[in-house]
Design a protein around this ligand. Sequence first.
Ligand code: NAG
Ligand code: NAG
Ligand code: NAG
Ligand code: NAG
Ligand code: NAG
Ligand code: NAG
Ligand code: NAG
Ligand code: NAG
Length: 777
Amino acid sequence: MAVIGSPRPTPTERGQQIYRDSAADTHNMRTLLLQLAWLAACVIADDITVYTDNALAAEWEDWSWGSTINYAATDLFEGSSSISVNSAAWSALSVKYDGGPFSSYQGLRFDIAGDGLDLTITISSSVDGTTSPNILLTDMSSTINSTAFTSLLLNFNDLPGLGSALGNGTWDRISWQAGANGDVYHIDNIFIVQQIIVPPLFLSAEPLAANTIAVTTQGAVDFSGLTVSLNGKTIDIVNTTSYIPVGTPANNITYLTLAQNFAQGTLVIDTGVPNGGNQTFSFTLPKVQYLSFVQDVNHPISPDIYGVNFPVDGPYIQDLGVTMSRWGGNAVTAYNPAGQFTNAGNDWYFENRVASPPDADDWVGWVEGAGSKALLTVPALDWVSKDATSYSYPISEYPLQSGSDPFLANAGSGLFPNGSYVLPVPDPSTVYTPWNTTMAKAWLSGLANKPTLVAIDNEIEITSNTHQDMHPVPMSYDEELSRMLNFSIAAKEAIPGVQVAMPSTCNWWYYWTSDVGFSDNAAHDNIDFLPWFLTQMAAAEKTQGQRLLDYLDIHYYYAPDTSANDDAAKALRLRMTRSLWDTTYVDESWIGVPPQQNQQWDNTIVQLIPRFRTLIDINYPGTKLSLSEFSSTNDNDITGGLATVDMLGIFGQQHLDSATYWATPDELGPIGLAYWLYRGFGVHFGANSAQVNMATPNPDTQGVYAATENGKLSLVIVNKNPDTPITFELDNMPFGSYFVRHFGGQAGVAKWQTTMEINSIDYIVVPAYTAVFMLQN
Ligand SMILES: *[C@@H]1O[C@H](CO)[C@@H](O)[C@H](O)[C@H]1NC(C)=O
Ligand SMILES: *[C@@H]1O[C@H](CO)[C@@H](O)[C@H](O)[C@H]1NC(C)=O
Ligand SMILES: *[C@@H]1O[C@H](CO)[C@@H](O)[C@H](O)[C@H]1NC(C)=O
Ligand SMILES: *[C@@H]1O[C@H](CO)[C@@H](O)[C@H](O)[C@H]1NC(C)=O
Ligand SMILES: *[C@@H]1O[C@H](CO)[C@@H](O)[C@H](O)[C@H]1NC(C)=O
Ligand SMILES: *[C@@H]1O[C@H](CO)[C@@H](O)[C@H](O)[C@H]1NC(C)=O
Ligand SMILES: *[C@@H]1O[C@H](CO)[C@@H](O)[C@H](O)[C@H]1NC(C)=O
Ligand SMILES: *[C@@H]1O[C@H](CO)[C@@H](O)[C@H](O)[C@H]1NC(C)=O
């Protein structure tokens, strides 16, 4: 939950480390087809040699760190020798070119051998410190091994796993950085490639909506022989439009408009060329499902549900249409606004550092300037960081520890080797400085830029774990309530009209009990924690004469385990969104499994939003509900993006008041695409959720969301089936021109959009693993 790793400074000096935060490694998955297609590309012309045998080529310098490197290894090689590398955790083979930038070159070629490699490749500039996105070796090949070299080609115009281009820059450095467990490998025949010839190829061709085929291609393909047939009869193509999508310049998208609408049966798209063994793309179009929209039955969608934590910058907010931005997570608990210091607690060796971003006031300013609301977290323990360098568990003082920071050997984990907390508890004043409501109030009153919402601390209930050094005592019901009350009063005095969100509880377990354990429930008449908290806040309003709790804020992380990310886990990821709303969906996890965890009704069924609406209605009516952290469970997989599309639809339909994704979605990755689908570049899903009636709901495999605004219909359909299209008759969908966006399907991650005429609603196709947005023009 809420892990912020170390910052990632850019490399500017020889040998400088490039920090890599595994939580921030956000990458897209592309299809194997795309990767195979690029591997088929061939290499010509005048390349720059980096290494062939015995030593780095002239003009290349070794800027590696933390690694044992032999440039003349003869245990596995091509030619006469290879480079053998043994990198410690987060260390790297890194080489820098003195012959000027290689920016006009098109790619990087190398041969590599090793087992279970977790390398991240970056291209960077020693001139201005710019660094490419993280490129994962595993996105280039999944069969690399130590018995033989695998040849790889990294296309600067189509970065593996991302599809984006490296772009302009004074590129002159390449690094292969190991993961948390270090990496041992051989690398050989490294070249900067002047030109990559991309063979023309149809990558995918899929049916979409009533009569459109969406085609992705690379290179100069020939459409003249392409034919489309339905149940054996050829259909004419009446219009062809092509464009290159934003962010993924290596692929063309072409929409073919057919003279006839789709219908149940077999659809065959024949490219008319051998196409590398994939001449035809065939689909079985299924029986239609009946669905109707009732635009007149609607309710407003809170505009604040399309939020993220820590947006990258103003353009990011505008491109994705982000409406709410949160400054939160474990590292803000110790945020000291006076020096802009912080400490991420057990997320990073209890080390103080400069906060990132450093200045909360500035942050609120630019976030609001870009058009988003700001949700600022106010620390609510007794301490905040006193400097940028101290840490709580020096190995020199506590020699017996389970580990230490790979970059700062004296900073220990705070755990004994057996996993229990290091004792004695350190004196907090060696790392922290006192903090209280007077200081919080002074800080908030002095802000030049006022947030719309403040949260009182972050997951404060588990602070004896996350911040064991400054608050080792388990947080009780009473202490938590007291801190929430005191800091909410301070915030409301400091910023008149500010809305307060709390207590930002981490998960299902702590919704109902405290870190003290069930004896604490027993001491409070066995009332579950959050319902009890609501009753106390209702009472506080009476004594204080004002509401101190505006939003009941919780974090929601799915309890089922999808970490295997195999077919079963992906299906579970897409199915478990039902736990947000479905009063019949039994959670596929430990939730509700005896012994008893709480006093809740139907306690195997999360039904998160309806449950909390009911608890609010009973205990403190009028309180809003927010999710200041939620996640799809996988930011890199297309299923994470599809699950996020489903969640954003559910939030609107189920009257959620505010939500911010944890952590920052990659703008070009699957989660970024989900936001783009609903909100990108100023084109929005409607403001009012409209009724959807489905004859066959099938929430495990599909989600349908409709909205209305100024009499115009907008809809989002997500097909969660990995390989079968779904089809609908969309009753009450007005005919006419629609703006359409979609992502997913056979061509992986890309921003696809077009305008189409809908003149029949009898048979609308949504391809497999695809989310579609349609807005009536
Ligand atoms: C090991 O790598 C070689 C070279 O890429 C490849 O031919 C072979 O199939 C790989 N072996 C396995 C078990 O993946
Ligand atoms: C990159 O540089 C080229 C040549 O200088 C220029 O034409 C192009 O506009 C630049 N692209 C971007 C995205 O800045
Ligand atoms: C896009 O398609 C055009 C026309 O077929 C072709 O000339 C061009 O090379 C393609 N671009 C890419 C990046 O595939
Ligand atoms: C494309 O053709 C290759 C080679 O015949 C094959 O391995 C691959 O599975 C095909 N891909 C699709 C999507 O049909
Ligand atoms: C863990 O190790 C510490 C230090 O050796 C020891 O004091 C403590 O009792 C151990 N805890 C457990 C549960 O074994
Ligand atoms: C907070 O600390 C300051 C400095 O020690 C002190 O003056 C102030 O009274 C404290 N406020 C509270 C509410 O304890
Ligand atoms: C909250 O404020 C009250 C009144 O000033 C004080 O007695 C109490 O100790 C404070 N709570 C905490 C946890 O500091
Ligand atoms: C083809 O489709 C494009 C995009 O919808 C549209 O702008 C254009 O007018 C269409 N052309 C014809 C001849 O219908």
